[in-house]
Write a protein that binds this ligand. Sequence first.
Ligand SMILES: Cc1cc2nc3c(=O)[nH]c(=O)nc-3n(C[C@H](O)[C@H](O)[C@H](O)COP(=O)(O)O)c2cc1C
Length: 390
Amino acid sequence: MIDLEVVPGFTLGRYPSSMAHRNRLGSARQLVQPGYSQVMIDLCARLGLQAPLIQAPMAGAQDHRLAVAVCENGGLGSLPAAMLSPDALAAELSALSQATSRAFNVNFFCHAPPVPDEAVEAAWRQLLAPYYAELGMDIPALPSSPARVPFNHDLADVLEGFRPAVVSFHFGLPAPDLLARVKSWGSLVLSSATTVAEAQWLQAHGADAVIAQGLEAGGHRGMFLSDNLDHQSGTFALLPQVVRAVQLPVIAAGGIACGQGATAATTLGAAGVQMGSAYLCSHEATTSALHRSQLLSSAERQTAVTNLFTGRPARGLVNRVMRELGPLHSAAPAFPLATAAIAPLRAAAEALGRTDFTPLWAGQNLSKIRAASAGEITQDILRHWHRVPA
Ligand SMILES: Cc1cc2nc3c(=O)[nH]c(=O)nc-3n(C[C@H](O)[C@H](O)[C@H](O)COP(=O)(O)O)c2cc1C
């Protein structure tokens, strides 16, 4: 046991000590394991965590309930806000902060919104036309407004009322004025890097910690400096290189499914881990029944990186449209515009009980995925994350 008051040098602590979150015992004692590096101890102490475990924010697959369950069991719960309006964000943050007094993370996308291109839209609809015909549907004439909006001042206005301990970003960082606002509240700023160059860019532009997202990861690739998938590497190839290249704490993400995986990541220098797929079938996730049944299927579950559902590369279970068009197609409009024309197909097929057009986001390592409460999953991870060599 380590007394928080004697933990030396909070390297993450450019924040008033009054902001340090109390750990789950509500005391000033931290359940840090022997062998934890100083940076892990700092992260736990700063956020009042039992272990440096971040539940990955998963837009479309969860709301505040999953975050609460993880927070209440010693990890850092995350609220994905990429698909929330300011009003919806306010409602989710109210529910989250009423249900837990622990530290939590709120996550945003920060992509540059694309300008719709009529020719690209027409070609995309043309490619999908046979599927519309098969389902007896008319092709929508105009794209509906995009469901994923980058972090902006309206969202920041809402966030300011809650001042979360951690704010994380996907696809880089927001504009300097927005980032400065978030940092002025004392929030710890995290963002995903999929290459060493992205990690260095994040360090140079104000991130407090970097999430090294390996190619195994479920959901969208956080890539933002290059769209070349050939340059993406697996977690255990990327992680040690990022650890060497930056002075910031590095969180490992992608293919980490259990405490033993977390142990391996921290042995390679990670200050913590971020796990998403492990929670997709938790009781508290909002993952649909169709998605859950595919994730838990006894058949071989193949994943691939696809741009068909949103326009950006993201990893999910291979389904019919990915097989028939190929997971990556040059006709898909820029993120997030591809969604508008494929979403009606998804809805119609799902009504028939089919996942032909459903984005079944999932990482490569589904070996430990199970239906259980998020509290049980978290405790299980923490129980098996104890063998870090001193
Ligand atoms: C269903 C799903 C949705 C995701 N949505 C987000 C998101 O909204 N924001 C984000 O930063 N990362 C998102 N991710 C990526 C995770 O942050 C993380 O990189 C990934 O889950 C780690 O790999 P794993 O799934 O193998 O644990 C998502 C992942 C999944 C599986």
